[in-house]
Structures are given as C-alpha cells and as structure tokens.
Write a protein that binds this ligand. Sequence first.
Ligand code: GLV
Ligand code: MN
Ligand code: MN
Length: 421
Amino acid sequence: MDHMTHTFQIDGAEIMARIEALAEISETPTGLTRRYLTEEHRRANNLVAGWMRDSGMQVREDAVGNIIGRYEGNPPGASAVMVGSHLDTVVSAGKYDGALGVLTAISCVQALCDRGIRLPFAIEVIGFADEEGVRFSSTFLGSRAVAGTFDRSILDRRDAEGISMAEAMHRFGLDPELIGEAARRRDEVLGYLEVHIEQGPVLENESLPVGTVTTITGACRLEVIIEGIAGHAGTVPMSLRCDALATAGECVLAIEALAKGFGQTVATVGQLSVEPGAINVIPGRVRFTVDIRAATDEARNQMLAAVHERVEEIVHQRRAASTIEVSHDANNVACTPSLMEAIDRAIEANGWRALRLPSGAGHDGSAMASITDIGMIFVRCKDGVSHNPDERITHEDAAVGANVLLHVLRHFKDHNALSHT
Ligand code: GLV
Ligand code: MN
Ligand code: MN
C-alpha cells in the first residue's frame, strides 16, 4: 500500500452528520424536497458555505446560484481541480443523492487544511444549484452555466406555479442577465471529480464499497400535451367522447411497451396532470412527461422517434390533438480514461478491487465534460434504492469514498503531468 494514502484517513462520521443536517432543509415537512431557487436552496447554500469556510475555503455564490469554495494551492492563484455534486433534490428524495459528493469534497479539503497541506493546484468545491431539473423540466442548469452551455431560452420556462426561471432568479437575488459570468475558462479548470451514490445494485452485488464510473447516461425529456374535449360525465355517450386521459393512458402503456421492446432502453412517465380534474367531467386536457435513456445515443434517438410516432398515431385514432416538446436532451458522455485509471489506482491503494461500471443516472460531470476532464467515484447504496426516502449508505462506505477521492486529489499532479505530456 502506498505510504501517502495511509498518513491520514478520513472517517465518515462528519460527512454522515452533515448529510443529516442538510436533509433537515426541505420544502416539505415530511420527505426531502429541495428544488432550485427556493428558500430551501438559499438555506442549503448558506449552511454549506459555512462548512466550506470552516475548512479553509474562500466562498462565493456564482451567477446561477452554485455555491463554490476555493482552497488555494501553492502557488496561490493556480488553476483548480473542481470537485463536487449537486444540492438540489427530486421530490421526496433520499438524503445522499448529490449531497454526498459535496460534503465528501469538503471533508477532503478539511483533511488537507488541518494538516497545512497545499497542493500545486487549487481545489474548488462546488455545490451545483440544479442537477435534477424538477422545477423547470430541463436539467444541469448549474453545471451547464459553469461549462458555458446554458440555454437562455430556459429562462422563460415556468414552474408548476407559473413562475419563470428568470423571475425565480430575481427572487433569489440573482440577475439572469449575468448568467454568462458563471462560465469558466478551460485553462482555469484542470478537471472535475465527483463522488456520488451508485443508485443501482452493482457494487452491492460485488461486495465492493466503491467503483469507477465509465460513462454517464444521456437522457431526453419530453412534455406531452393531449387535448380532448371536456364534457358531462353523465350525458355524453362513450362513442362520442374525446377523452384526453384515456388517450394519455393508452400512450403511457404504448411507451412502456416500446421501451421493453428496444432492449437496454428505459422510458418513464413520471408526471401526469388532468384538467379540469373533476369526478363528473370528461378529461379535456392532460399533460405528461417522458424521460428516455438508452445505452447509446443512437438507441435513445430511435426510441424518441418511435415515441413521437406512436403518440401521434394514438391521438389521431382517438380524434384528439397533441403537442410534444423536447425539454431536455443530453448525449451519453464517457469519463476521461486517465482519470478512470487514477481512480482505479486510488481504490486499490485503499485496499479494494477496482471495478468499473456505467452510470444509468445523469450527473453534472456530463455537462462539465465539455470544458474539462471528468472522473466519477460511485459509492455503494443499500439495495440499489435511490430517488426514494429509503436511500441509504453506510458510514464506512462514505469513508472509503472520501479516502479514494483524497488519494486522487493528492496524486492529481502526477496524473495531470502524465496525461498532458
Ligand atoms: C438525475 O438524477 C437523473 O438521472 O435524472
Ligand atoms: Mn438524482
Ligand atoms: Mn444526483
């Protein structure tokens, strides 16, 4: 085993305690929900900023609402390795998705700071503002702003309460006109590293606490509106109805059948709303979302085309009308080979077998890959359960994830020198 790794070790206790403290900040009294640009986002940024300062970092909030702590290297002012994850959550979320990566990164910096260690580069810990994209239907809003690929048309998108992203930014204290200032130059960033729970069962089946991510899945999100004709539930004969919900129901089942038939493709209808939504009124309008992912970009695009075609066919047969809008589209992204190597070596230096696995979930690294090298470390989670309040990891596994990240950071110079000569 490598001498440097064992000069000091992070125990997972502080990470786990901070996970609990952060999970207290929720829009809902039960279950964890923390969406972009809410009061709870503000409180989470403030709490995390305090921990960053306590760990020797200079803290700022950028133009899109990401919170960033900078730990200077030697010499000061050097380019930075960025390390982090996201602070937003899905609705009724688990505590670890996102938070683990930010808090692990802070503990790594704290371990360096406590020992007065400065690396030959800066470390910037980042808590991305929006990775889940539950509020405005498009995702990676924080990391796309940093990568300089933010799509300004999203500023006009409205949330379920009719508040546009631009209005929500103003209320949060940010100016949408300045969003471009969150973008980082390629030469300022040496790489992006993220620790994240696996959100699947592979590591648990292999009895391994951590693994090296190979690729991050792409995803496509659709908003479908079906227009039927609202009417009296008692007077309109079945043969004369144009029921938007029955039409949508047929579409949902058809989408499920298509995904099953495609192989290594998944499709999910996760939101559906019915108008006018009364017990004795034939549904006149339905909005539903579709999330499509596949092993390759080609398969995802084929599935997208098939969904379009099938929905239009069903809607036509039922004499309804539909509109389909693509609200988000991201390609599959590969992690950087030299960083995968560095993570494998760090896992081995911590006494574990290095296992490589792909990610079926989206991550901020997929946006960051357009400006820098990316590497991801997965931490085992219980029964592969995620996007669910039952999401769990162990204290011991959190510690392994942190020590692997610390090892990668402490050897990053070597990796960087090797990969850029
Ligand atoms: C985020 O977790 C996603 O994969 O949708
Ligand atoms: Mn998630
Ligand atoms: Mn996540």
